[in-house]
Each structure stands twice: as C-alpha cells, then as structure tokens.
Write a protein that binds this ligand. Structure first.
Ligand code: ADP
Ligand code: MG
Length: 269
C-alpha cells in the first residue's frame, strides 16, 4: 500500500521538478588512493535513493562530497540548481566563503552510523540546540518543535533522558530528529543501522520510512536490502568509486544486470 503511494507522489514530483542533487563525473583521491572514479548520480525531489556497495567502495566519501564535507578533485555537484563551491551572480564568478559552505550544509541533514549526540544534553536539548544556536530561534519555540519531532520519532516521553539512558535505536532516532530540526531539504544517511543490535534496527528503519512517505528527499547508504525493496525509489550499486548499476530497487534486486552487482547481492541477500 505504502509503496504505491510513494510511487504516485514521486512520479508527479519528478515530472514537475529537475533533480535536487546531480553529481557528474565526480573524482576524489586521498593521496594516490582514487576513491571516487567518475561517479554520476541524480536524486529527484521526494526520491528515496538507496546506495549499496562493498566496504571501501567510496560510499561514505561520496555522501561527504554531496554535503561538501569533502572537496572534490574534478567533476561537479549541483544541488537545487547551483554548483557546490561557487556561484555566478551578476555574470560574475564567486568562490564560496566558509560562511557559504556552512549555509549550504545547513540545508542537508546527515545521519551517521554513530549517533554523535551531545552527551551532556538530554534528548530534547539535543534536538532543540541547533535551531537555538545556529538559527537564533527563541528557546520556547525550539523546544516545542523539538518535542513534536521527538513525538514523530516515537520518543515523545523520553525528552528528559540523556543519551546514556537511551538504547542505540533510541539515540539514532534522536539523531534523526536533531537533523530534522534544522529543516533540511535533503537527508543523507550513512549506514544508520549498522551500529545497532539487530533487534533495534527496525525501529530506526520505521522512522526513515515515515520520513520517506512524508516526501523527504533521502540518500540512504545501507545494507538493509528489505528497506531498499520496500521504501526505495531507486537502488544504486557502487563499486570501485563508480556507479555500476542503478534502477528500480525491485528490478535490480530480482534481476541484477552486472556480474559485480549479482555477486554482491548474492552475499547480502
Ligand atoms: P565505504 O563507505 O564504501 O566503505 P569509504 O568512502 O569510507 O568507503 O572509503 C573508501 C576509501 O577511501 C577507503 O580506502 C578509505 O580508506 C579511503 N578514505 C576515506 N576517507 C579518507 C580520508 N579522510 N583520508 C584518507 N583516506 C580515506
Ligand atoms: Mg562507509
């Protein structure tokens, strides 16, 4: 039922809007180690793009390039129609200042394998602090919004608890709420359930599914093939720093075209 709804929303959106994220021929090396070797990748508004691939294939590096935590060596990354790193205004070329980068990153939420909550703040304060400190939102308003976000991730009665009083799954849900508090237009997830005990994985995936159904644009690096099949609008297999295969998740999973994709899927399925 939910899949059909997502599909309908997406096709309407996708027809009306150009991709929110476009990566073209992105190259990135660390010293002599070429990690990204010409990645091409697009994400449409409202799309849930799931990315899979072997360890070391460049998935995390690519996500970090998408939100400009890493600079790229060549190629281009365009977000919402403008190139990351520079602007043309009044026919003039402007290289981004550190302030421009900071502003850009505010529009992109990122959730990591490790939750990285502030241990000296309770859950509510973790969620409220970004809008207060970075956006100058009045405390009362920020806390009300934080409470609503905690309710959205199923933790409405846990706001007073500190990270060490929460399970890994609960901490990750707080981390998602904290990202959402900044009103991002895109959410990037880097193996958000890999650090969790197996019984805590589903509660985090459920929150991500709710977000997806709400129309959030998401790039999700994960080994959870079930999530890709059920929630993903596209599935991209990355190996050796390039996109080997991309398509409808159900099609790619059932009928992978590349031998490398076949081999990888046979190990994780
Ligand atoms: P994945 O997320 O697919 O497992 P990564 O993007 O984390 O892959 O890593 C790809 C390669 O890039 C690895 O060989 C890793 O050692 C290297 N790498 C990643 N980040 C850095 C860094 N900051 N400095 C040097 N090498 C890095
Ligand atoms: Mg990684």
């Amino acid at each position: 039922m939910t899949q059909i709804q997502t599909g309908l929303v997406l096709s309407a959106d996708a027809a009306a809007t150009s991709p929110i994220i476009i990566a073209e021929q992105v190259y990135k090396s660390f010293g002599s180690n070429q990690v990204l070797a010409g990645i091409n990748f697009e994400v449409a508004a409202g799309e849930v793009a799931v990315v899979i691939g072997p360890s070391g294939s460049g998935k995390s590096t690519f996500l970090r390039c998408l939100n400009a935590l890493e600079t790229i060596d060549s190629g281009r990354i365009r977000v919402s129609g403008s190139d990351v790193g520079y602007d043309y205004r009044d026919d003039k070329f402007y290289e981004w200042s550190s302030k421009d980068y900071a502003k850009f990153r505010l529009g992109i939420g990122m959730v990591f394998q490790r939750f990285n909550l502030f241990n000296n703040m309770n859950a509510l304060e973790n969620v409220a602090c970004g809008p207060i400190k970075v956006k100058g939102m009045p405390k009362k308003e920020a806390k009300e919004r934080a409470q609503a976000l905690l309710e959205m991730v199923g933790l409405g009665t846990h706001g007073h608890k500190f990270p060490n009083q929460l399970s890994g799954g609960q901490q990750q849900r707080v981390a998602i709420a904290r990202s959402l508090a900044m009103d991002p237009s895109v959410m990037l997830f880097d193996e958000p359930t890999s650090g969790l005990d197996p019984e805590l994985v589903d509660e985090v995936l459920e929150v991500m599914k709710t977000l997806a159904l709400g129309g959030m644009t998401m790039v999700v690096v994960t080994h959870e093939i079930g999530f890709a099949r059920e929630v993903g609008d596209s599935l991209t297999f990355v190996d050796g720093g390039v996109v080997v295969e991309k398509g409808d998740p159900r099609t790619v999973i059932a009928n992978p075209q590349s031998p490398r994709t076949q081999q990888f899927l046979s190990k994780v399925l």
